[in-house]
Write a protein that binds this ligand. Structure first.
Ligand SMILES: Cc1ncc(COP(=O)(O)O)c(C=O)c1O
Length: 453
């Protein structure tokens, strides 16, 4: 087998660096050896031009993965803080956080310690048995929020599936004599709640839903912010629950108003519908509050959380009041992997760090600095319509498609995302980003504005 040569890992933890490097090199040799053999045959047959490791990985991905992702053409090998590195050593400033996931950036020492210590003791047991990190994490989530109890799962969409089931069960349990118990749901324009058939039914983008219909029936979409339309429908008595993102992420970084969420709360209270906040993207410190709902003076009956909770390991959580939890019985829902000790120990490290008041206030002030700098450096461009957001969930709305701009920024070493109808630049950096890195990000964006012409 031809050798891959030495792969250096930029910014590996300094302790045991040599050992780590040797182990990593061995693993990469094994992992990419097969690809490398094919790639070298292809290369030898085609020409003497040598492919980079990134090119080989991208070529092989197209042969073995189901084509669900239109990926950016870069391979990421390692990360430290807000920096990511490709195999050829190119550095990227991460303002995407793996879609609002890596709240503590890459390789946070406390997170790493929590993962490695727990992995060396116990990673998984199933929910047939009790484990300590799961209970510890649930206690922290309950103590830090409106909730009385927690259900764990593995992703945002699963958290919303659980919330759908809990809402239906709540309605059946509390209205046992009712022959036409409320089973309907309200979701809003620009909503995104996930890709499984229940959560997908609550997701507004038609092109995500139509190839898979019939999805879960009974969902009505109402314009985000339209108090009258929402309260009229809730008062019909047919609505089991209303699903709403206090700040919409995927939909284009739109924030609800206090009046809107407070009206939903009152209408749900009057009709017996449940109010579900999806904080999968906007929750856990991203807005500068631990939970986004804190800024609105409203609490939900159910809240779904996922992305940043375990700092990059898969986790979802459904936070509920006692009123809801009391209607759920053994066997009503479950998941093999959910809440295992490994992910829960990682999540404890994340939650403990993010929930510190000084950490949260730094997110608010850095978010303000980021938005102000964007307005200053980008605001003069005629294609930039608005800079909006809260804390470090920021949207820059353009009057043209944002993808060529996002691509150009990536070529210049900055990772950002699109949102909305493709015309919004979404900036969701690790919450630990520094002011210097914010300045660097804004500078790269400002230099790439020319591609909008
Ligand atoms: C608000 C919101 N809800 C749910 C989801 C689905 O989460 P997951 O991709 O973990 O299933 C997302 C993902 O982007 C989201 O932004």
């Amino acid at each position: 087998m031809a050798s891959l040569g030495k792969i250096s890992i930029p910014h590996a933890p300094s302790s045991d660096l040599g050992l780590l490097r040797r182990r990593f090199d061995r693993r990469m040799q094994t992992r990419i050896g097969y690809n490398h053999r094919i790639a070298s045959v292809l290369t030898n047959n085609a020409s003497s031009v040598k492919q980079s490791l990134s090119e080989r990985v991208i070529e092989e991905e197209a042969k073995v993965l189901v084509g669900t992702y239109a990926r950016a053409p870069i391979v990421l090998l390692s990360g430290k803080g807000c920096k990511l590195f490709d195999p050829e050593g190119k550095e990227y400033l991460d303002c995407a956080s793996g879609i609002a996931v890596n709240a503590l950036g890459h390789g946070d020492p406390d997170w790493l310690q929590a993962v490695t210590e727990q992995a060396s003791v116990l990673a998984h047991t199933s929910n047939v048995y009790y484990t300590i990190p799961q209970i510890d994490l649930a206690k922290r989530l309950v103590a830090s929020s409106f909730a009385d109890r927690v259900f764990f799962c593995n992703s945002g969409t699963e958290a919303n599936e659980a919330a759908i089931k809990f809402s239906r069960k709540f309605q059946r349990f509390t209205n046992p004599e009712d022959k036409e118990v409320a089973t309907g749901f309200i979701a809003f324009s620009n909503s995104f709640h996930g890709r499984t058939l229940g959560a997908l039914a609550l997701t507004s983008k038609e092109q995500y839903r139509t190839p898979f219909e019939p999805v879960m029936p009974g969902v009505t979409f109402v314009e985000y912010g339209n108090v009258q339309a929402a309260t009229d429908l809730i008062s019909s008595g047919k609505i089991a629950a209303v699903f709403v993102e206090p700040i919409q992420g995927e939909g284009g970084i739109y924030s609800a108003t206090k009046e809107f969420l407070q009206s939903l709360r009152s209408a749900c209270d009057a009709s017996g519908s449940l109010l579900v906040f999806d904080e999968v993207q906007c929750g856990l410190g991203r807005t500068g509050k631990l939970w986004a709902y804190e800024a609105f003076g409203v609490t939900p009956d159910i809240m779904t959380v996922a992305k940043p909770l375990a700092g990059g390991l898969p986790i979802g959580a459904v936070l509920v009041t006692e009123k809801v939890a009391g209607t759920i019985n053994y066997g009503d829902h479950g998941s093999t992997f959910a809440g295992n000790p490994l992910v829960c120990n990682a999540a404890i490290a994340v939650l403990d760090k993010v929930s510190k008041p000084s950490f949260l206030s730094s997110v608010s002030s850095k978010g303000q600095y980021f938005r102000d700098s964007l307005v200053k450096k980008l605001g003069g461009n005629s294609h930039v319509k608005e800079v909006r957001g809260e804390g470090l969930i920021i949207g820059v709305e353009l009057d043209v498609a944002a993808n060529s701009f996002v691509d150009a920024c990536r070529d210049s070493g900055l990772l950002i995302l699109t949102a909305g109808k493709g015309n919004v630049v979404r900036i969701v950096p690790p919450l630990i980003i520094s002011e210097e890195e914010i300045e660097q990000a804004v500078e790269i964006m400002s230099q790439n504005l020319t591609v909008l012409e």
